[in-house]
Unconditional design. Sequence first.
Lengths: 115, 114
Amino acid sequence: SAVISQKPSRDICQRGTSLTIQCQVDSQVTMMFWYRQQPGQSLTLIATANQGSEATYESGFVIDKFPISRPNLTFSTLTVSNMSPEDSSIYLCSVALGGQITEAFFGQGTRLTVV
Amino acid sequence: LAKTTQPISMDSYEGQEVNITCSHNNIATNDYITWYQQFPSQGPRFIIQGYKTKVTNEVASLFIPADRKSSTLSLPRVSLSDTAVYYCLVGERVLTGGGNKLTFGTGTQLKVEL
């Protein structure tokens, strides 16, 4: 299994500012995934972060808006830049462990409110 | 990844068995079916995964017919604490490395009452 810690758990930010979310995993993993969950909605993948290479972004998400760092195999950050109220969401970090059962583990999420 | 269709919501009472069906008509040969549970203010949590027939663990059972175009998550004797959103996902299983990205559908909001 994997234990994921996210910081901060929640924040209220002014529009136009940026917030960096940290994700720490208790084991080394090749890939880390960042998801967004808007109020009352399902999860949407933002990007996949590989250690030692540029993150891969999904359609509709760009690096300038959501820069990602992946300095080692246990840590990643997601920055939400130049925030607007539409960025108010829960942001979740996830890792998946392969094997006989492929199970994804999620952090508790960061609840972001932009005012 | 194969698209999934689930009921938006379901209601049940404590002690009853709940069956949530998911349709995945375009499932590929290498795809597995996985269910996740999400409580408010928490990340999704893995429940069960299967490829065909029946899989059972301490939490739930997963029934998959021969054509694999649908699957049914069965929760025995639900309690209030089973109130959550349940997601059905289909995709390839990764045996090594860092896993696959997941595509979440709308999920099913299960509400359990006394």
